[in-house]
Design a protein around this ligand. Structure first.
Ligand code: F0G
Length: 464
């Protein structure tokens, strides 16, 4: 294809191309996933990553203010006048010594990339600004997603902030944290609760968006993943363009790890970095498809031809045993990750590992993240629990430079947090008991005191 920007099947043996404007987001030849592909010879990628530092002086311009679009030379699919930004990506990389100690790392070696600072409170805004930009390029008037809550919150925010499109959101009934549901309702999205879970909703939204011609913003949309690449650029920038040893990320639909892999593959191709970091993907034990397939059944990218028998056999066994995803980390309560193939490619090219962590491990890690100064939702803390596990196994060394991605804000899911810290066993058990969570080792319990000045003073003196 003669265009400088196009979409291309990720499988090298197929390699079919489609135009940048196409919105079906599946390879027309083999049905595989698509990448946004660039002919870099016809574009102007920077010669060094330090080039992006010049953008800091241009912060009054919205495209240079955005933590996504100030890297636009590395995702050059949209004309600048079509870019839809709401100031996403103003996020921080924070050194976290309390968490390092918890994970068994040396001080100064563990950092947290806090994506909860985005306008809708999760990393999704990085991808949504890119998908939304593509949607506006093709003149979409309605956009849809299935969601465990954050994609939907992000879509709802983009639709309401720009007034450009109507948001249609599919969620599993009873499967979404209240903070996220509140966002979807408050921002005026059409919120459809279907009787089923995320995996059911994901299938439905793909059928419906095709049938009704509604623009799909789930991470099968390769433009979403272009925006999420910039999380990695910001980490490199905060590390003075040095590549860390490990990026650790929770795995749900596997969009993040896929986009991180693409970011590093491209930076290598462009000669902007010499080596990629290794990527660790952390599943919740109650929704551990990627862990099972990669670590237990040895599924690999295999040059674009992963063994379909392993994948089909695994899904058949889930169906036969009626196993549904189940974890307190509702954001990653997913058994059929749509980006499985891209995630395999990312691990093949960068190296890495996949682990599972229990809900108990997730909540303990979350409490430590909180005690260290940043608030995250349960799914995000899977990254920290996973880093701790990999350290214990000796896969990560205490002196490795590790970045854990905190994907979503603490206030997204206060129910789990309050239950964990509750002194009332009934409250604890109601929310966490059926998840196999038995202890709250790092609980910070509220102190009950009578409404009496002396008693209150006494309590303060005892506890501080
Ligand atoms: N962390 C949070 C807070 C999430 O919301 C998600 C995904 C993930 C991690 C997993 O990321 O899918 O790229 O592997 N949430 C989606 C949603 C599925 O609908 O909001 P992934």
């Amino acid at each position: 294809m003669a265009e400088a920007v196009f979409q291309r099947c990720i499988h090298p043996h197929c390699g079919a191309s489609v135009a940048v404007e196409e919105t079906s987001f599946a390879c027309p030849k083999c049905g595989g996933l698509l990448d946004v592909a660039y002919d870099w010879n016809r574009l102007q990628p920077p010669k060094s990553l330090a080039y992006f530092e010049s953008k800091w002086a241009e912060r009054l311009q919205p495209l240079s203010f955005s933590g996504v679009w100030r890297f636009r030379e590395l995702l050059p699919f949209a004309p600048p006048e079509k870019i839809m930004t709401i100031g996403e990506g103003q996020t921080i990389l924070q050194r976290a010594d309390v968490v390092a100690k918890f994970a068994g790392m040396n001080a100064g070696c563990l950092h947290l990339q806090y994506e909860g600072m985005n306008p809708s409170g999760s990393f999704k805004d990085n991808g949504m600004t890119a998908a939304f930009t593509h949607a506006s390029m093709v003149g979409a008037t309605r956009a849809a997603c299935a969601s465990t809550g954050n994609t939907s919150a992000s879509l709802a925010v983009f639709c309401s902030a720009t007034g450009l499109m109507r948001a249609v959101i599919f969620i599993g009934s009873g499967k979404i944290a209240y903070g996220k549901l509140a966002q979807s309702l408050d921002h005026g999205a059409l919120t459809v609760q279907i009787a089923g879970d995320f995996d059911d909703a994901m299938l439905r939204v793909q059928q419906i968006s095709k049938k009704l011609g509604i623009y799909l913003v789930n991470s099968v949309n390769p433009f979403r993943l272009e925006g999420q690449k910039t999380i990695m650029y910001r980490i490199l920038e905060a590390m003075r363009w040095e590549v860390p040893d490990w990026i650790v990320v929770p795995g749900g639909n596997l969009g993040n790890v896929s986009s991180f892999g693409k970011a590093f593959i491209e930076l290598m191709e462009l000669g902007l970095i010499k080596r990629p970091p290794r990527l660790a993907v952390i599943n919740a034990a109650g929704s551990n498809t990627f862990y099972q397939l990669y670590e237990r059944f040895g599924l690999r990218w295999n040059n674009g031809q992963p063994d379909a028998r392993i994948i089909d056999g695994y899904y058949q066994s889930l169906d036969a045993e009626k196993i549904r995803a189940a974890t307190i980390a509702s954001a990653i309560e997913i058994n059929h990750p749509v980006n499985l193939h891209k995630a395999l490619r990312a691990l093949d090219r960068c190296g890495g590992a996949v682990r599972e962590v229990t809900d108990q491990e997730i909540l303990d890690a979350k409490a430590k993240v909180g005690a260290g100064g940043l608030g995250c939702e349960p799914a995000s803390a899977a990254s920290v629990a996973g880093a701790k596990k990999l350290r214990k196994e000796g896969v990560i060394a205490p002196s490795d430079r590790v970045v854990c991605i905190l994907t979503g804000h603490q206030l997204k899911d206060p129910t789990a947090t309050v239950a964990y810290h509750s002194a009332d066993r009934k409250t604890f058990d109601e929310v966490l008991g059926h998840r196999g969570v038995r202890r709250a080792t790092y609980a910070n319990r509220a102190v009950q005191v009578p409404n009496d000045l002396d008693e209150i003073i006494k309590a303060i003196e005892v506890y501080t």
